[in-house]
Design a protein around this ligand. Sequence first.
Ligand code: NAP
Length: 310
Amino acid sequence: MRVMRLADSSESPKLVEASIPQPQPGSGEVLIRVAAAGTIRTELGWYPHTHLKSGEPRQNAIPAHEFAGTVVAIGEGVTDFALDEHIYGMNDWFAEGALAEYCLTTPNAIAPAPRTLTPTQAATVPISALTAWQGLFDRGHLQPGHRVLVHGAAGSVGLFAVQIAHLHGAHVTATASGHDTVFARELGAPQLIDYHSTRFEDVLHDPFNIIFDTVGGDMLLRSLPLLKTGGVAVTVSSTNENSTDERIKKAFFIVEPNQRQLMEIAALIDTYKLRSWVKAVLPLCQANDAYTTQIPGHGKVVVTVNPPAA
Ligand SMILES: NC(=O)c1ccc[n+]([C@@H]2O[C@H](COP(=O)([O-])OP(=O)(O)OC[C@H]3O[C@@H](n4cnc5c(N)ncnc54)[C@H](OP(=O)(O)O)[C@@H]3O)[C@@H](O)[C@H]2O)c1
């Protein structure tokens, strides 16, 4: 199968084309024919792409761990998916990713794809929407009427965090670039602070039940004085992953696969309550551009792998 995988000898992470054997599902695994893969700009240098789970150095990892595609083979013991089913979802960070014609995953990490989205659109959803969902509900215990502050509202994760919090009856305040003001308002954040011109702590005074940081740097620590007693601060920014500050360590989490949540997210999409955005579409052979080129717009850069026949 055709793949784009990390070159093992490059100083900065770079993808090269390769042809490798198609994997076969083991017990409890599902083989997906990838239609489209979602990308995260910073992912090439992440630990699971340079190390095995054992800690040994890893070579030639295939990135992109969210995708939409079709189930083409099922391992022993898998009962909840059928051949030819259209799915969307993710796989383990240490597994070979979806910049490949086929990838392996497990049933808990996928769900039937939203019926109203193309595979390209569906590939933008799993990691960003699950991250927003888990930050708001699993960690933040979001309730209607809560006051929620989202940093980076117009980004891939932020746009889902704002929409989901708003849908659940929260009062959402957000930070983003000024040119994203209209976009963030339409997502459900009536109060938007342009981070280029205003320090949010100069204009925000009422405390929040949930602070959701997707930006990193000093955003979380600057925000903590705005947290209600008993409130929850979360950060997902990869810049915070290796922080030694106990407050950041407590707030940081990494998204986990969750079939039930993917189904709930798909139901919201199919009833037009939740929207996704595709920033750009690249063919597999140009996947490097997803990680090296600043592409304007909202949502994710998607790599199409096996585009459906016209
Ligand atoms: N922990 C996890 O499980 C997990 C899962 C998914 C993603 N992530 C990480 O989460 C982070 C966000 O991912 P993403 O895909 O949402 O990134 P993204 O699409 O690049 O969005 C980041 C957004 O933050 C805005 N921004 C930058 N600096 C800001 C500031 N000081 N104040 C307010 N907004 C600011 C950017 O606006 P401008 O472009 O206009 O500056 C952009 O809209 C990344 O570090 C990613 O690696 C982690």
